[in-house]
Design a binder for this molecule. Structure first.
Ligand code: MTE
Length: 381
């Protein structure tokens, strides 16, 4: 658990950094430089991550078990955003930190933290899910991210013809979590996704500098793809024309088939979860509003359905029209049945017609992309 002192220090640092950014922006705006600068816990006892994945804070966000009110934007606070780290959090001094963009580029780039803060930025609501999140687990959260589009930086560096891959290198490493000695966290994405406008280099979450455990000073945000590609504590971006052979690319985060075939995991699958009621919650009264979220990565959620005690699937109401990359709140007005124990399940379908499968693909030998319906048991009093 985080101590108050740590939190306090974080808040002070956030204030300091934001102040400096405003100062830098103002100084450069007056000389007309700013815009041009870059042209150059468990939920009642169930785990949240697949077995074998360790080193994370599992959380019950404040939204869990409480109502998603009509005026909340369904954003997770920074303190409640799930954390998944393979190694210990590197502490980075922003004065000394630099980001290098190299490999197959005509003009390698080296940027300081100030350069990053001064680049024209974008703000996007994006939902991030860990590939090892369990059905209904807390390994999914949403933030308002601010950062610069990666394509801007790649255009500045001038990518050479034939480049196919962009590798994100993180500053964290060691022997932890099964990795061979000397491994650092790194992941690669195809050049097309790197050049997509939705791929950001994010330096803020919900208007505050990235908290240390979420990648301060800069992280990738590969929107719509499982969390492992959103590499934190970025120090180098490498453009290449070869498949990346890093440990976390080849040995982890791969789909293993029973015939030994391995496939890279990338796009988030359609998924959903309950926010209320909680598992084993005792419900009183004849009317109860069931609520939750559904998400579908690069697709949109088209429908959410619930079933009670294995009966027929019934449509829930989506709160807003669904958008890509962001979860959608849904609700269902439940006229409660007889007193006693009941099982409720939720499943979503995306606009490409993919529904959450009722059972895990028996051909899968890994523990990633688990998206069978979230199933909870509740007691009606
Ligand atoms: N980046 C680095 N450098 N090291 C890591 O261990 N974990 C990845 C990704 N980026 C990781 C990383 C995984 S598996 C996930 S799910 C997301 O970060 C989690 O991001 P969060 O901890 O900010 O929620």
């Amino acid at each position: 658990m985080q101590s108050f002192d740590e939190k306090d220090a974080r808040t002070r640092r956030a204030a300091r950094t934001i102040g400096r950014r405003e100062f830098l922006r103002a100084a450069l705006a007056s000389t007309g430089l700013a815009a041009a600068h870059l042209s150059g816990e468990t939920l009642s006892g169930i785990g949240h991550f697949a077995p074998g994945l360790i080193g994370l804070r599992s959380l019950t966000g404040p939204s869990e078990g409480s109502t998603i009110s009509a005026n909340t934007s369904a954003v997770t606070s920074n303190a409640d955003f799930f954390i998944r780290n393979h190694f210990t959090t590197p502490r980075i001094n922003e004065e000394k930190w630099t980001l290098e963009v190299g490999g197959m580029v005509e003009k390698p780039v080296k940027l300081s933290y100030s350069d990053i803060l001064l680049a024209s930025s974008e703000r996007r609501h994006v939902t991030l899910e860990c590939a090892g999140n369990l059905s209904g687990g807390a390994g999914v959260s949403t933030s308002v991210w601010s950062g610069l589009p990666l394509q801007m930086l790649l255009k500045q560096a001038v990518v050479q013809p034939g480049a196919s891959t962009v590798i994100f290198h993180g500053a964290d490493g060691g022997e932890g979590d099964g990795a061979p000695a000397g491994t650092h966290f790194a992941r690669a994405i195809p050049i097309e996704k790197a050049m997509d406008a939705s791929t950001l280099l994010a330096y803020e979450m919900n208007g505050a500098p990235l908290p240390p455990e979420h990648g301060f000073p800069l992280r990738a945000l590969v929107s719509g793809w499982y969390g492992m590609d959103s590499v934190k504590w970025l120090r180098r971006i490498e453009v290449s024309n070869e498949p990346f052979k890093g440990y976390f690319q080849q040995e982890r985060y791969v789909a293993l088939k029973s015939n030994g075939q391995r496939e890279i995991i990338s796009r988030m699958r359609v998924n959903s979860k309950f926010v209320r009621p909680l598992i084993e919650e005792e419900i009183r009264g004849r009317e109860y509003r069931i609520e939750g979220f559904a998400w579908a990565g690069e697709n949109k959620v088209a429908k959410v359905e619930l079933r009670f005690d294995g009966g027929a699937w019934q449509a829930a109401t989506l709160r807003d029209s669904a958008t890509t990359l962001l979860w959608t709140a849904w609700s269902y007005e439940w006229t409660t049945p007889r007193a006693g124990q009941h099982v409720i399940e939720v499943r979503a379908t995306d606009d490409a017609g993919n529904s959450q499968p009722l059972a895990r693909d028996p051909d899968r030998k890994d523990d990633y992309e688990l998206n069978t319906p979230h199933r909870i048991s509740v007691k009606v009093g």
